[in-house]
Write a protein that binds this ligand. Structure first.
Ligand SMILES: *Cc1c(COP(=O)(O)O)cnc(C)c1O
Length: 390
């Protein structure tokens, strides 16, 4: 149907009727936020704030242009060097958002004849990147099934022996919190000379003793994971993203990643604040340690109360509700108890798996987590009563 204004209104009403209408959220005053991605609590760190303000006062707010015109600032260089060091890669390049990094990287690496292979639960930006790349084949393998990825790749190679391939996966899955079998995918990529792209938006700062993400956890260097992507809007508490890898890769992105070339550079004060946040990720280890304490506490408490969780050892601890209505009810119940947890519904997650995407962070207190668990238990018993009566 044509999208006339009337058709849009009808479509919106239909979303309402199916409890799928999306709304924007801020945290209600006085409520505790249990769904942000600010896993280490760096978003409000006094030093991160000062770094931003100082850079704005001594330089400028906006970059003024794209990187290739005049917008490339020494702050970007400093941040890129720090990121290369942190990730153990030769070089890094800063993008304006993670969404744009993913679009830019995949379209810069994949050629028309190639195969793009992705985990079924990858972030929307990786999926969109593959659609934009318009390669001969785009296959999505069952979640975390490296075997399925291997057979799809081998099948493709037997039909198109000369064509290239790009495998892409989230490091930590954003709606489930589980970790990709990156080591197995790395082995496959090396054996088949495919690119491996790992988007570790939710792993960096959180996973690994030093917070270096799934590559640290699975001992994967630049050779194993040649394209590592991270975002600053999660554990770093700022905004933006980066790609790390060998020098030729970074130079190639500067030549050909359209979401890098045709956009205004990240504001230099954001780069300065991010470099400060990165230092805190490294130095204030207590933040990561406390987060993992809270994760343990949450999981143990949930088990005691019979709350079913997913196999996640990260800050993302979803509670599946099933229908969109049940997830919305549970979220409303928690809000009344003083907790903000957004209901995540299809199409962001598969049909029938609407959920409370609970996330923990280093600013939560033990008592907050205990009270949240009690409230979740209440929400579940209330919504299951209502489901039964309807
Ligand atoms: C948040 C996220 C992105 C997008 O990053 P932005 O900087 O917010 O655009 C990309 N990939 C994953 C896995 C994410 O969680």
């Amino acid at each position: 149907m044509r999208r006339t204004p009337e058709a849009l209104a009808d479509a919106l009403n239909s979303l309402d009727a199916r409890q799928l209408r999306r709304r924007r959220h801020s945290v209600p005053a006085g409520a505790i936020d249990f769904c942000s991605n600010d896993y280490l609590g760096l978003r409000t760190h006094p030093m991160v704030r000062s770094a931003l303000i100082d850079a704005a006062n001594h330089g400028a707010v906006g970059a003024g242009a794209s990187h290739l015109v005049s917008g490339h600032d020494p702050e970007h260089d400093s941040l890129e060097r720090a990121l290369a060091d942190f990730t153990g890669r030769e070089r890094a390049i800063v993008f304006s958002t993670g969404y744009m990094a993913n679009l830019g990287v995949i379209t810069a690496l994949a050629e028309r004849d190639d195969l793009i292979l992705q985990d079924r639960l990858n972030h929307a930006s990786l999926i969109d990147a593959a659609l934009l790349a318009r390669t001969r084949e785009f296959k999505r393998y069952p979640h975390n099934d490296a075997e399925a990825a291997a057979s799809a790749l081998r099948q493709f190679r037997s039909e198109h022996p000369k064509a290239g391939a790009v495998i892409a996966t989230d490091g930590v899955f954003s709606m489930d919190g589980d970790i990709a079998p990156v080591a197995a995918l790395a082995e496959l990529a090396q054996a088949e000379s495919a690119w491996l792209v790992v988007d570790d938006a939710h792993g960096l700062g959180v996973v690994g003793t030093e917070g270096r993400g799934v590559c640290e956890q699975q001992h994967l260097d630049q050779k194993a994971v040649p394209v590592l992507i991270g975002t600053f809007g999660k554990a770093f508490g700022t905004f933006g993203a980066f790609v790390a890898g060998e020098s030729a890769l970074i130079d190639w992105l500067i030549q050909s990643a359209r979401t890098y070339i045709y956009t205004t550079a990240l504001p230099p004060p954001i780069a300065a604040a991010t470099r400060c946040a990165l230092q805190l990720v490294e130095r204030e280890r207590w933040r990561r340690e406390k987060l993992h304490e809270l994760i343990r506490l949450f999981r143990n408490g949930a088990e005691r109360r019979g709350i079913e969780l997913m196999p996640s050892m990260t800050a993302i601890q979803p509670v599946i509700c099933g229908s969109s209505a049940a997830a919305l009810q549970a979220s409303a119940y928690l809000r009344k108890q003083g907790f903000h947890v957004a209901a995540i519904r299809p199409p962001t997650v598969p049909e029938g798996s609407a959920r409370l995407r609970i996330t923990l962070n280093a600013h939560h207190q033990v008592d907050d987590v205990e009270r949240l668990l009690a409230a979740v238990e209440g929400a579940i018993s209330q919504t299951s009563l209502q489901e039964r009566s309807t």
